[in-house]
Design a protein around this ligand. Structure first.
Ligand SMILES: [Zn+2]
Length: 89
């Protein structure tokens, strides 16, 4: 006596629906700090940094960041990550 439902079923199969990934969003391309500096004045920001995208080479102007963790993590590239999903007219 066999139970077809129990055969060949791995946890992945049984719970596959929990492992679905939303591929529509894709991976965000992050820009990383290539230069960082100080404001030279007292402000809420920790400093300013220039980010560069390793994919398209886009560079930002000096951009203020609030924490070094935030700066090290990088910011989404505006060119590789369109912020407006709306179709162009
Ligand atoms: Zn880019």
């Amino acid at each position: 006596m066999t139970s077809p439902a129990a055969e060949g079923k791995t946890p992945d199969d049984l719970f596959g629906f929990t492992r679905q990934r939303k591929k529509s969003a894709g991976r965000r391309v992050l820009m990383h700090v290539i230069d960082a500096g100080d404001h030279g004045c007292v402000s809420d920001d920790a400093g300013i940094a220039v980010y560069k995208c390793g994919r398209c080479g886009h560079e930002t102007d000096w951009t203020p960041f609030r924490t070094f963790t935030e700066a090290k993590r990088g910011i989404p590239c505006p060119k590789c990550n369109p912020t407006t999903p709306q179709a162009s007219p």
